[in-house]
Design a protein around this ligand. Structure first.
Ligand code: S3P
Length: 436
């Protein structure tokens, strides 16, 4: 599907089961691979990114039964030191895979392994994992410019140390904690603001002692055994987010999203929506796989107010910031996002791409070095948008279409396949249910 035409819809209604959590699926597959037991991962995300991870696990010599599309993957864990990396692994578009693997592979027996990916991944910074891993004793090379392909030479003796990350990143933190499992002594990671903690939760449930001291988190190595329990993956807040925003702008009576992961380090968008006056409630709270889950209900309310999103808040809504731009176009006043320079090195330069897309659809938006501003007009004209190889921008364009005056033609919509292949169909279902 190279492009998707999304017509405007006066109202949206219904219940959508959004896909399973991408971050948790990547982690369950990788930690399953180094477990001492056979791990059943139920309801894994069936999308291109997690297929890259499952394929990588198999290429490392781990036996896998079932598949993402069957809803159950059974991984015969090879043990902490049991991976046998092949000469090359294709990470596709998956930054999480590319950043986790060096931490897992640096100490495994084996020759060198080349990690590569698609054009988008080839533009992303990798020295942020390579440099601290080298300091721990790993042998890792990046291409000139510090980007993929990466070469990891296995079989190194690692030594634990303390890392202060200049920028909060769950991918970098997780990579270093995974390397810490193999390192002699303690490995600590401190971030300027806390990022998602799925890895820490999963390590703890696998019997690894997770150390905490102030804002720092650590592990003590070497760890000889790890036993990830079977896991049922909750639904992905970042996939729910575009439908929450659609619901806040057009939900009548409401858009309901059950079983969504509500990890507080992921749900910053809910706090931002609360400040803007968005009508969102959470029902049926429970717990799954050591993570809070619940049903999110979003409906159209009075006009939203503009808000400021600043640096400390950014990690908890890093993947949802493009949607804040769209909300800004409908809010009274000027919405400002700052302290989010990380957006420039995501699957695309999301500062330039969000501002470019919103302007192309009629909004008044400006780039800042580390964020953007959007002047609220209360409406959006519509037009053409290009996803530019970025799934979050494909979602942004499609939601913009529903709430625009004339609809949006989203080119390059196939980018959606890395995390939410049925997004177009689910959005159309909400439109149809409201019209019925
Ligand atoms: C992710 C962490 C975030 C996020 C990405 C998934 C993860 O990246 O943007 O989509 O699964 O750990 P950073 O940790 O680099 O901010």
């Amino acid at each position: 599907m190279p492009s998707l035409r999304v017509p405007p819809s006066p109202a949206l209604a219904g219940e959508i089961r959004v896909p399973s959590d991408k971050s948790i699926t990547h982690r369950a597959l990788l930690l399953g691979a180094i477990s001492d037991r056979t791990v059943e991962v139920r309801s894994p995300l069936d999308a291109e990114d997690t297929l890259s991870t499952l394929t990588a696990v198999e290429r490392c010599g781990v036996t896998v039964a079932g598949g993402l599309e069957t809803g159950v993957v059974r991984i015969e864990g090879a043990g902490v030191r049991g991976l046998r990396p092949p000469p090359a692994i294709d990470c596709g578009n998956a930054g999480t895979l590319m950043r986790f693997l060096p931490g897992l592979l640096a100490a495994q027996v084996g020759q060198h392994c080349v990690l590569d990916g698609d054009d988008s991944l080839r533009g992303r910074p990798m020295e942020r994992v390579a440099r601290p891993l080298r300091e721990m004793g790993a042998s890792i090379f990046t291409a000139p410019g510090g980007t993929p392909p990466l070469v990891v030479d296995g079989g190194r003796e690692l030594v634990g140390m303390r890392h202060e990350l200049p920028v909060a990143s769950a991918q970098v933190k997780s990579c270093l904690l995974l390397a810490g499992l193999y390192a002699r002594g303690e490995t600590w990671v401190q971030e300027p603001a806390p990022s998602r903690d799925h890895t820490e939760r999963m390590l703890a449930s696998s019997g690894v002692e997770v150390l905490r001291e102030g804002r720092a988190v650590g592990v003590r190595g070497p760890v000889d055994s790890l036993a990830l329990p079977d896991i049922e993956v909750p639904r992905d807040f970042s996939s729910a987010a575009p439908l929450i925003v659609a619901g806040v702008l057009a939900g009548e009576p409401s858009v309901r999203l059950p079983d969504v992961n509500l990890n507080p380090l992921r749900t910053g968008l809910l706090s931002v929506l609360d400040r803007m006056g968005g009508r969102v409630t959470v029902e049926a709270r429970s717990e799954r796989a050591g993570e809070p889950v619940g049903t999110i209900v979003a409906s159209r309310g009075p006009t939203l107010h503009a808000t400021d999103v600043q640096g400390d808040e950014v990690p908890a809504l890093i993947d949802e910031l493009p949607l804040v731009g769209l909300l800004g176009a409908f809010a009274a006043g000027t919405t400002v996002v700052r302290g989010a320079a990380e957006l420039r090195v995501k699957e695309s330069d999301r500062i330039a791409a969000v501002v470019g897309m919103l302007r192309g659809l009629g909004a008044r938006a400006e780039e800042l070095d580390d964020g953007f501003t959007v002047e609220g007009a209360g409406s959006l004209r519509g037009g053409e948008a290009h996803a530019g190889g970025d799934h979050r921008l494909a979602m942004l364009g499609a939601v913009a279409g529903v709430v625009s005056g004339s609809g949006v033609l989203v080119d390059g919509f196939e980018a959606i396949n890395v995390s939410y292949p049925d997004f177009g169909a689910d959005l159309a279902r909400l439109t149809a249910a409201a019209a019925a």
